[in-house]
Each structure stands twice: as structure tokens, then as C-alpha cells.
Design a protein around this ligand. Structure first.
Ligand SMILES: [Zn+2]
Length: 216
């Protein structure tokens, strides 16, 4: 495994353990979302990348662009506005008979902030490369955001808020299965099963974003 720079190490070793694992009711969970309560009707997943961004330090301009606002599509918009968005584009050919893939795919690195979208491939291709205010036709909704721990092979590890813990939400480390043939990454495994696979939409490359701590 390649050596991680100081910024990425800080995310994995310092920032994430501040809040993961935690559950609603814990002081740690309040750092992710201080307002959520059972029945609130929204997911807390956006609070985790927002916490990471806050801890890495953001300028007033970046703050105004929504990087720490906990919004899902606004995280992607904020990444695009600073040229830190990496769109997940399948440039691979899958040979089903041989069960093999040819080509290379850009992969996120530990600490990157990833997004899953609902998009069919066509909606993802056209609408996940522009600001959410500029989408045309059928949108590809951002369904989930979280933090990459490792993205090697097909079994990935992520840190995620918005996870279900009975009828409350929690933040935890998750195993996810990535299918390089389809570009889908298993969605939340909340213990009840049944959630569909979701598309890896892309990620905010934390080395490209102008965070103020640990300049890279
Ligand atoms: Zn997408």
C-alpha cells in the first residue's frame, strides 16, 4: 500500500476517530449532526464529510460554496467549484465470458470524500459532471456521501454516517463491494438488507481541494 501524505493520515488517524463509531445520543455523534433525532426524516450522512472538511480547514470562500453545509449535491458542487471533483467514468471493458476487465480506472484514495448517485449510466454521464443547477433531463440524484478508507480490489472500506442503528442513526466503518464491471458500489448495509446497489458517482480528491491544513 502506498504511503499516505500528512493530510490523508490526519483524516484517517485523527479526524475520523473523533466521530466514528458513534450513535445518536453520543457527544461524538453531535459533531456530525447536532439536530437529528428519531423521526427527523433525513439522513445524517452529509455531516461526516462536512466534519472532515471543517477539521481540514476551509477558507471563507470555500465555506460560502457549501463544502461544510452537509448537503449531498452541494458537496459535489463545492468540489467542482475548486476543480477537486473526480467523476467516476467507466473506461473499462468487461469481458463477461472471461470474467475479466481491461483498462484502468481512477480510484479514490484514503481520505477522499466519495458520493453515490442513483443515476443510470446515461444520467450519470451527463448530469454528474456539471453543477446541480445546470443538470438537464433526468437527474442522477446524489444518494449517499462518505469517506474512503481503502479502495483496492473489490472489497472497499468506508466511513459513513447516516447508518441505521435500530430506529436511530449512527456513524461507522463499513465494508462495501465494488463491481468494476458496472461501476456500482453496495449501498448502506444497515442490517435490514434490501437496499439497492448504487453507482459510484465520484469523489472529492482531498489533495486537490484548497484545505488550509497540511498543504499538498
Ligand atoms: Zn453520478
Amino acid at each position: 500500500m502506498e504511503q499516505l501524505n500528512a493530510r490523508r493520515r490526519y483524516v484517517l488517524d485523527v479526524i475520523l476517530p473523533q466521530v466514528v463509531p458513534s450513535s445518536y445520543g453520543d457527544a461524538k455523534f453531535k459533531l456530525i449532526d447536532s439536530k437529528w433525532k428519531p423521526g427527523a426524516g433525513y439522513t445524517t450522512c452529509g455531516g461526516l464529510p462536512a466534519h472532515v472538511a471543517n477539521q481540514l480547514g476551509v477558507t471563507d470562500k470555500c465555506r460560502a460554496q457549501g463544502i461544510v453545509g452537509s448537503g449531498l449535491a452541494s458537496l459535489r458542487d463545492a468540489a467542482m467549484m475548486q476543480n477537486a471533483w473526480v467523476h467516476h467514468d467507466l473506461q473499462l471493458r468487461w469481458f463477461a465470458n472471461d470474467m475479466k476487465i481491461e483498462g484502468t480506472m481512477k480510484r479514490p484514495k484514503p481520505g477522499d470524500l466519495y458520493l453515490l448517485c442513483s443515476g443510470e449510466e446515461s444520467a450519470h454521464k451527463t448530469n454528474c459532471i456539471c453543477l446541480s443547477t445546470k443538470t438537464k433531463g433526468r437527474p442522477a440524484k446524489v444518494e449517499h456521501v462518505g469517506v474512503i478508507i481503502s479502495a483496492e480490489g473489490t472489497l472497499w472500506k468506508t466511513a459513513d454516517a447516516g447508518q441505521s442503528n435500530g430506529n436511530a442513526q449512527c456513524a461507522k466503518y463499513c465494508d462495501r463491494t465494488f463491481n468494476p464491471g458496472t461501476g456500482l458500489l453496495t449501498g448502506e448495509t444497515d442490517g435490514t438488507g434490501g437496499r439497492p446497489m448504487r453507482r459510484l458517482c465520484g469523489w472529492l480528491d482531498i489533495d486537490k481541494y484548497p484545505f488550509t491544513k497540511f498543504p499538498v
